[in-house]
Design a protein around this ligand. Structure first.
Ligand code: FES
Length: 471
């Protein structure tokens, strides 16, 4: 090996080069030698994970974007076909594969092997650095695997589980403040999800600090607009953020202070610091394990950017008149569901995970990193429960507790058949940043913001719940 061999490069240069590679190539590099194996387990190389796409040969690695949320309907159908093939194969291992769809079976086997390798070998090493986990339309992911992944990725900000077969048990690892950075949660089409998941979500986001209240004799001094922070990704902040006011109580009014200083650190700049700490820890522990490269290889890509009917935005131009019988049916169904769960709308959160202040996992074993100054911010901005037909007002009530969802802008409750205007009103009152254009719920509910909110998105969708499907 000569002095000009690529292995003679310093680690930071090698790491920069590895950053240009896709997941399959990184897996192959991990098998070159122990030094390369350790380098490929650097967290900054695995911030955004798309294992379902990787199994089809797509090597997406960047942060999730808007286009990622609009899959082609034909692609969705093919995923469903693969899912059926997988279930058939999983139930009967002796199946004659020549009678089924060999291509579909091969695809789901590849996906299952990749997910297994990810959970067992990669995430234990890089999980703390992962920010996005996209498992949408996976035919093979299970609640157990999702639970394992969530426990290994405490810093997630984007979680997409669209149209998967998971149940409430997938979130059993979510304890108090366990997921304080979560901004985007997509559970569209997860028909097994119930209020339990929403209770766990509310717990995992943490508790907002109690608002400052005036003491005896205190009086309102001024109402000053908060500075509008620049977002790290360069996008303009939501207009609702400009309207927020800071209420200050106390004694005599002090002289007008200058604008408070806000220090913004680019997470990309922090990557090197985290990586250096990671390398140091590994050297101290003698950890030189390699990655499983074989499971990161896949076939051809079949993704497309055409919009699916479930994702199509539709302004609520005219709401269907609400019939008295339909309203009575909804109210009685919701009351029955709430009674069975022993938790009514707005009631106290009775989830077992709220019962004690269990210490959440963090990178260094200390309290979780929550917000500037360590304060919890409950930063959830996007929540889709489209087609989650078991969700009731009790689940929405759980989300409105612990400080509500002050950053929520997008809320999709299409196909939530047991939700009523009472639950909607309670949740909306705890979501001051909600954008009506991205607020979807059943056309047959005369709920909050009825004139400006958007309607149900599942009307023409053949595979998600909707009270008007078939019309
Ligand atoms: Fe009522 Fe779709 S759920 S219109």
């Amino acid at each position: 090996r000569g002095p000009d061999h690529v292995s003679q490069l310093p680690p930071e240069t090698l790491l920069r080069l590895l950053g240009y590679l896709g997941p399959a190539d990184l897996g192959r590099c991990s098998q070159v030698c122990r030094r390369w194996a350790a380098l490929t387990r650097t967290g900054s190389l695995w911030r955004h994970l798309y294992p379902v796409r990787w199994a089809t040969g797509d090597s997406s690695q960047g942060p999730p974007g808007e286009a990622d949320q609009e899959p082609n309907e034909q692609w969705v159908r093919s995923r469903q076909q693969e899912g059926r093939a997988y279930q058939h194969w999983d139930e009967d291992a002796d199946i004659d594969e020549s009678e089924g769809s060999p291509w579909a079976l091969a695809a789901v086997r590849r996906e299952k092997a990749l997910l297994k390798g990810l959970g067992h070998h990669l995430l234990p090493a890089v999980g703390v650095a992962v920010r996005s986990l996209v498992l949408a339309y996976s035919s093979t992911v299970s609640s157990k695997l999702v639970r394992q992944m969530l426990s290994l990725c405490p810093g997630l900000s984007h979680l997409d589980l669209t149209q998967t077969d998971i149940s409430d048990s997938a979130f059993d690892c979510w304890t108090l403040g366990a997921s304080p950075r979560l901004q985007h949660l997509d559970l569209s089409g997860c028909g097994k999800i119930s209020d339990q998941t929403l209770r766990k979500l509310s717990v995992a986001l943490g508790n907002l600090p109690a608002p400052q209240v005036p003491g005896r004799g205190g009086r309102l001094l001024r109402s000053a607009p908060l500075p509008v922070p620049a977002l790290l990704d360069g996008r303009a902040p939501h207009p609702a953020g400009r309207k927020r006011q800071a209420i200050v109580f106390g004694g005599p009014a002090p002289p007008a202070p200058g604008p408070p200083r806000v220090w913004l650190l680019d997470p990309l700049e922090l990557a090197d610091i985290e990586d250096a700490a990671e390398w140091g820890r590994r050297r101290a522990g003698g950890d030189t394990r390699g990655l499983t490269g074989a499971s990161l290889e896949g076939g051809s890509s079949s993704t497309s950017s055409t919009s699916c009917c479930c994702r199509r935005s539709r302004r609520r131009a005219h709401r269907t008149a609400l019939s008295a019988s339909f309203l009575q049916h909804r109210l009685s169904a919701a009351a029955a569901a709430a009674g069975a769960g022993g938790d009514g709308p707005g009631g106290r959160d009775s989830s077992s995970c709220c019962s004690g202040p269990a210490a959440p996992r963090t990178k260094n074993g200390g309290p979780p990193s929550q917000g500037p100054g360590g304060a919890c911010t409950r930063p959830l901005r996007f929540l889709s429960l489209s087609g989650c037909h078991q969700v009731t007002d009790a689940g929405l009530g759980a989300l409105s507790q612990r400080g509500g969802l002050p950053s929520l802008e997008h809320l999709n409750l299409s196909g939530c058949l047991l939700v009523t205007e009472v639950g909607l009103q309670e949740l909306v009152s705890a979501c001051p940043a909600l954008n009506d254009e991205h607020f979807y719920y059943c056309d047959n509910i005369d709920g909050p913001h009825a004139d400006t909110a958007s309607g149900c998105q599942n009307l023409q969708c053949g595979f998600r719940a909707c009270c008007r499907s078939g019309e």
